[in-house]
Design a protein around this ligand. Structure first.
Ligand code: BGC
Length: 380
């Protein structure tokens, strides 16, 4: 914290600004007195990609929150290219960033950058995705990722009629043919999502109520490098020609992200399924409440998604950043779950919700996340 302490000296003016920033995690006068003038501090924000709208929303919301709190912000997107993200973080450090907020592409590829940050006393907050294999991750803000997987599997079971939305047993008995998809293996979250989902589905698979006809159930077999829609579409096409050429139908697909869900749905539609669930489109899950998928849910094509309110995550990142920049430790609500291979990273976990057609209004429109027009058009 050397640079912060130096910056704090003579930062009498900061008192007013820090007090006005409102959302600070600290509070008492001694804390405020230790804080530097936010206007003298720069936060580097490294986001993975702009190909998925959630990361654009995350980047914008973090930038807005930090700017409102008075900080300078250096926001970069890396086009899902690992060397680009490494360079961007190197540059943030060289240019004198006072704190880094990083949503990694490959969670194992940033150890060198994080060492440089530690050498320069720059705190690092891992954003949504855990950064692995490094001592130098100071904090982690994310959702309860295991529970996201449980929710995805639950939504699949509800869509198939095996469960009711309140968790009680549904009327359907199966057996149902399903296929499984996971995210990118270099993203720690992909493992948590899949574990949560499989822990929930396994008893139905063991009972023969759910049948994974392809036999592909290991995460290595079902993973999707870089979370690419085209890759999921191609794998679904391959599954249909290999495991379903006998005329049998797939009835459910566990998909961990809306982009993959849309690729999967395209493959299914091209093979003659649907277009809607009532016409035989399988139950397809998702994640992120991307607007194109919310429209598909509203149109009875995709069955569900998981809503993770990026506004709340961004706010949590900003509050945690303010704590570090005031020379304090941010408040964690989980100090056990996220072992990054070197240490357990203190974390702040947020909750997520399952979205079905009948709660789009209450979860997404009433909360101002999307408007009714956006849901109708499928455009942000
Ligand atoms: C995030 C998900 C997102 C996925 C693909 C994961 O790390 O937690 O919200 O769907 O990356 O971008």
């Amino acid at each position: 914290m050397r640079r912060i302490t130096i910056a704090a000296m003579g930062a009498v003016l900061a008192l007013g600004l820090a007090a006005c920033s409102g959302s600070g995690a600290g509070g008492d006068d001694s804390t405020e007195a230790a804080a530097a003038d936010p206007a003298d501090l720069t936060v580097g924000v490294a986001m993975p990609t702009q190909t998925s709208e959630r990361w654009i929303a995350d980047g914008d919301a973090v930038e807005k929150g930090l700017t409102e709190a008075g900080y300078k912000v250096d926001l970069q997107f890396a086009g899902d290219d690992i060397p680009t993200q490494q360079q961007q973080i190197d540059q943030m450090i060289t240019k004198g960033a006072d704190l880094l907020i990083i949503a990694s592409i490959d969670g194992t590829a940033l150890a060198t950058q994080l060492q440089a940050a530690a050498d320069a006393n720059i705190p690092v907050i891992a954003y949504d995705r855990l950064i692995r294999d490094s001592e130098n991750v100071d904090f982690y803000v994310t959702f309860d990722n295991y529970n996201v997987g449980v929710q995805q599997a639950t939504a699949l079971l509800v869509g198939l009629g095996l469960l009711n939305a309140d968790g009680s047993a549904g009327d359907a008995t199966g057996p149902f043919n399903i296929e499984l998809f996971a995210g990118s293996l270099d993203d720690n979250n992909a493992h948590f999502f899949y574990k949560g989902a499989m822990d929930t589905l396994q008893e139905y698979i063991d009972a023969g109520t759910l049948v994974v006809k392809s036999g592909q159930t290991d995460i290595e077999q079902v993973a999707t490098l870089r979370w690419l829609q085209e890759t999921a579409q191609k794998r679904m096409e391959d599954l249909l020609t290999s495991a379903y050429s006998d005329g049998s139908k797939v009835q459910g697909v566990l998909s961990p992200y809306d982009g993959l869900s849309r690729g999967i749905i395209t493959a299914l539609q091209n093979a003659g399924y649907g277009p809607t669930i009532a016409d035989g489109m399988p139950i397809v899950t998702g994640q992120d409440a991307e607007i194109a998928s919310v429209k598909l849910i509203n149109d009875d094509v995709q069955s569900s998604t998981i809503f993770k309110d990026t506004r709340k995550l961004a706010e949590q990142a900003v509050v945690s950043a303010q704590s570090f920049l005031a020379g304090e430790e941010p408040e964690a609500n989980d100090t056990e779950t996220y072992d990054n291979g070197v240490k357990v990273v203190p974390s702040y976990l947020l909750e997520s919700d399952i979205v079905y057609k009948d709660n789009i209004q209450s979860l997404l429109i009433d909360s101002g996340y999307w408007t009714e027009d956006q849901v109708a058009s499928g455009q942000a």
